[in-house]
Design a protein around this ligand. Structure first.
Ligand code: HEM
Length: 144
């Protein structure tokens, strides 16, 4: 399609834009820690949005390209995709874990501290790495 002058279908350009917005949201969520309620809500919204894009865009694309990944796992494109999917899945699982804890603590009126500082830093690093490999994927397949 035409966004970014890429050869991607429109849905993948849209996904790319959504992921950029989510990364911005993530940075806002990380820097806004005056109240854990605000921080947790932003991170929860980003995580649920990421889940939706995985379910309706990236997951189906992975399924459609699974045969290529299995037949040519050492292709540069396949390696980028596999690394992206591993980091992305980890980011999703950890994000959902913290989001569920956040909701549970909020409902049961407990302090909203759902993880330690180191756990949160690991989560952010994994999310960024996933985005980085998604970006490499986009450049490799649609821009060059
Ligand atoms: C932190 C979580 C994630 C981020 C930030 C992220 C980001 C991105 C970005 C920026 C792209 C390039 C745009 C595009 O081609 O659509 C992409 C593509 C892709 N992602 Fe993710 N992603 C995440 C999680 C996942 C997960 C969990 C999966 C596994 C199902 C996955 C599978 C894919 C696939 C297969 C593509 C290629 C789509 C295509 O055919 O163009 N991603 N991702």
């Amino acid at each position: 399609m035409v966004l970014f002058w890429s050869t991607a279908e429109l849905i993948f350009d849209i996904n790319f834009i959504i992921q950029i917005i989510l990364i911005i949201l993530l940075v806002i969520g990380v820097t806004q820690k005056q109240t854990w309620k605000y921080h947790g809500t932003i991170m929860g919204v980003a995580t649920i949005s990421m889940l939706i894009t995985v379910l309706i865009i990236m997951g189906p694309s992975l399924g459609a390209n699974m045969v290529v990944l299995l037949l040519f796992p050492t292709n540069p494109g396949s390696i980028v995709t596999i690394v992206h999917v591993v980091f992305g899945s980890l980011a999703l699982i950890l994000g959902l874990f913290f989001t569920i804890r956040f909701l549970y603590f909020a409902i049961s009126k407990r302090p909203l501290i759902c993880g330690t500082r180191i756990q949160m830093r690991i989560q952010i690093a994994i999310w960024f790495l996933s985005f980085l490999f998604g970006l490499i994927f986009y450049v490799y397949y649609y821009l060059i």
